[in-house]
Design a binder for this molecule. Structure first.
Ligand code: DP6
Length: 320
């Protein structure tokens, strides 16, 4: 039984950082994100009694690194006594470099594995399975602007805005494609244990979520810009004040932030967000997309630019 799913990464504006239960991988805070369109991961999953051991190939290369997480995901979806599986994945952007590749990968894996087993789409179940492996992955199950909310024994996701209702543009300045030095999971544990700001980060998230949700409903770009940058910088403050300090930025990351702040001073509707990596994601409106791309492209250390609209969520192909 085989299925192929395609899913895009999502970029959080109100961030997930920290876990309330590390064993179940439950997030400490609610979050809000944009699902992208032109970046994607495909996952081809085939279970068969004829396959003698699990096999994972990413972009045509045999992989060991993410293997155990992938196996955990398959065990969660199909049970520990499942058949072995062949998993073939392709990704059109750098992996593990702060571009949310785990969100597209694990959402696609959950969809493909369930579909290969003949299970029907179930947003709530799939979201909880995806989130148990990687917290941000659940949000990629829906398109447009998505909210992830903590509920008593898990999480719940819902679409706040369809992709075409508010056609925001995302421009990604890639400043380093190397894999990050510390994974988000490890960094989150360190932050929770050592940052003096962690408790207030968790406590204040409710206010940031409320503000961002109102901004989305009202399509208030300025309000969304202010709260998103504030939330991003708070998350990075928690990282920076961890012991040892977690700093994902490089000098080009900071220069991109200055360039965006300069555009804002001139009245351009644009803001930035940064995840667990040195890439800058600029969010803007269709009318200033070209200007933002040009400015970021001029900065020393920016290696390439990727652009995306908001996407409509994953798709699946089933061959049984
Ligand atoms: C900075 O989803 O990668 O991108 O649950 O440990 O796999 P795990 O973490 P992950 O964390 C993403 C953190 C972030 C912010 C966000 O996407 O909300």
């Amino acid at each position: 039984m085989q299925a192929i799913a395609k899913s895009s990464p999502n970029i959080a504006l109100i961030k997930y950082w920290g876990k309330r239960d590390t064993l179940k991988n439950l997030p400490a805070v609610d979050s809000l994100s944009l699902t992208l369109d032109s970046l994607w991961t495909t996952m081809d999953v085939k279970f068969s009694p004829e396959i003698l051991q699990d096999e994972l190939v990413i972009n045509d290369e045999q992989q060991d690194k993410e293997f155990s997480r992938v196996q955990d995901c398959l065990n969660l979806v199909a049970g520990e006594s499942r058949n072995f599986a062949k998993i073939k994945s392709s990704c059109n952007f750098p992996i593990s470099a702060g571009l949310a590749s785990s969100s597209s990968s694990f959402s696609a894996l959950v969809i493909a594995a369930n579909s290969a087993l003949g299970k029907k789409w179930n947003t709530h179940l799939f979201a909880n399975q995806a989130s148990a492996i990687s917290g941000s992955a659940a949000r990629s199950l829906l398109g447009g602007i998505v909210e992830l909310e903590n509920i008593s024994n898990g999480i719940k996701i819902q679409q706040l805005s369809k992709p075409n209702r508010w056609p925001l543009k995302v421009i990604i300045a890639i400043t380093d494609t190397r894999k990050k030095s510390i994974s988000s999971s490890e960094a989150m544990k360190l932050s929770a244990k050592t940052s003096p700001f962690y408790a207030s980060w968790v406590q204040d998230q409710v206010f940031d979520m409320k503000e961002a949700k109102t901004a989305v409903v009202d399509q208030d770009f300025e309000k969304l810009a202010v709260i998103s940058e504030h939330n991003c910088l708070k998350m990075h403050s928690v990282m920076w004040t961890s012991r040892p300090s977690i700093v994902y930025w490089n000098s080009a990351t900071i220069n991109c932030m200055h360039a965006i702040r300069n555009l804002q001073k001139k009245g351009e509707p644009v803001f930035f967000t940064i995840d667990a990596g040195p890439q800058i994601k600029a969010i803007c409106l269709p009318e200033n997309e070209d200007l933002v791309e040009k400015r970021l492209g001029e900065i020393v250390g920016v290696k390439s630019i990727m652009k995306s609209d908001l996407g409509s969520g994953p798709s699946v192909d089933i061959n049984i």
